[in-house]
Design a protein around this ligand. Structure first.
Ligand SMILES: Nc1ncnc2c1ncn2[C@@H]1O[C@H](COP(=O)(O)OP(=O)(O)OP(=O)(O)O)[C@@H](O)[C@H]1O
Length: 318
């Protein structure tokens, strides 16, 4: 049986356009999936529906066969088994790290509570900060506390709604790799929402792309990179150069080989130093402006350049 099942979810807010359109997705136990979509594509709405915190118009959510009720059907909306973590940490400002993590366990047995909090502090590397208040911690550490708080009830499903947006790139990368290991160790099923492909790739190999409330494509990043279903999926991974005479087909900068004498001629307009290559802006004889990757860093503005690519790498038509 599928562990977490989202079945044809439909959602519109009052008098509004549909925000989610027949959205279906199946997750296995312990699977970590990154859901990527532009701002306004319905990602947060979807997570709130999965958590049982937002009413859906149609469709169902099941966790191990148990139907997740809409908030209007329940006295206390939401489920202990499904925890949602947001970007803003929702921590108790006057409680220590330890107390924050213990807070959802108020009604639990003291020895269980102590054991659980100790385990989470250790897993999250927060032992030495356990007495500190949230404001005495960095953004990354505060986010760890928020995740610890969400994990204290031993949820089976953790929903992460852009939880790292306020952190800088290095903090994000480190935190994501630590959390990824922890999620595997705890066998928790995770749906991670982001609009950042890098964050998504750091977190998991299972990607789901959402556009305007619809699931566009899901699968391994390599599959989406080589066989994107639409222009949005294709553009997520790199710039696309439109083929001359066929504006619906494209070639990626990384799939173009550069030569000094044979191939399709172009002229180098600009050169930008990037970490692994120089990005060249070039103009083709037909007038198109393209981006290409000069991995050997050998071309300069004003120079002639010649291009070749494998017809199999052409993307589209879209
Ligand atoms: N409570 C609400 N009432 C009315 N409309 C809403 C409500 N919440 C969200 N929306 C609308 O639903 C659409 C989807 O919003 P949602 O927050 O789910 O998208 P998102 O993909 O999470 O966006 P972002 O990445 O910016 O957080 C948007 O057009 C938004 O304005």
């Amino acid at each position: 049986m599928t562990y977490l099942r989202l079945d044809k979810i439909q959602k519109s807010y009052e008098n509004g356009q549909p925000v989610l359109k027949e959205f279906s997705l199946n997750l296995e136990k312990g699977q970590v999936v990154s859901l990527i979509g532009e701002s306004g594509s319905g990602k947060s709405t979807l997570l709130r529906i999965v958590a049982g915190l937002e009413n859906r118009n149609d469709g169902e959510v099941y966790l191990e066969g148990m139907r997740i009720a809409n908030p209007k059907e329940k006295l206390v909306p939401g489920y202990d088994e499904i925890q949602l973590v947001y970007q803003d940490y929702h921590l108790y400002p006057n409680s220590s790290v330890e107390e924050n993590i213990a807070r959802p366990l108020l009604l639990y047995d003291k020895s269980y509570k102590e054991k659980r909090v100790k385990t989470l502090l250790k897993l999250l590397g927060l032992e030495k900060y356990k007495e500190k208040l949230p404001r005495q911690l960095s953004g990354g550490q505060q986010q760890k506390v928020a995740i610890g708080k969400a994990l204290s009830l031993e949820p089976q499903v953790l929903l992460l709604d852009e939880p790292f947006s306020s952190l800088d790139t290095i903090q994000r990368r480190e935190l994501i790799s630590e959390l990824r290991e922890m999620f595997v160790a705890l066998k928790v099923t995770v749906l991670f929402v982001t609009h950042d492909l890098d964050d998504a790739l750091q977190m998991s190999n299972d990607l789901v792309l959402v556009q305007q409330g619809k699931l566009i494509q899901k699968g391994h990043p390599e599959e989406i990179f080589t066989k994107p279903k639409n222009l949005y999926a294709a553009k997520l991974f790199s710039h696309l150069n439109p083929l001359p005479g066929d504006q619906h087909c494209y070639i990626r900068p990384s799939d173009i080989q550069l030569y000094k004498s044979t191939g399709i001629p172009a002229k180098v307009k600009e050169r930008q130093y990037l970490v692994h290559y120089n990005q060249l802006t070039i103009q083709l004889g037909t007038g198109e402006i393209w981006k290409v990757e000069d991995k050997k860093r050998e071309f300069f503005p004003g120079q002639k350049i010649f291009l070749k690519w494998d017809a199999g790498k052409v993307i589209g038509p879209f």
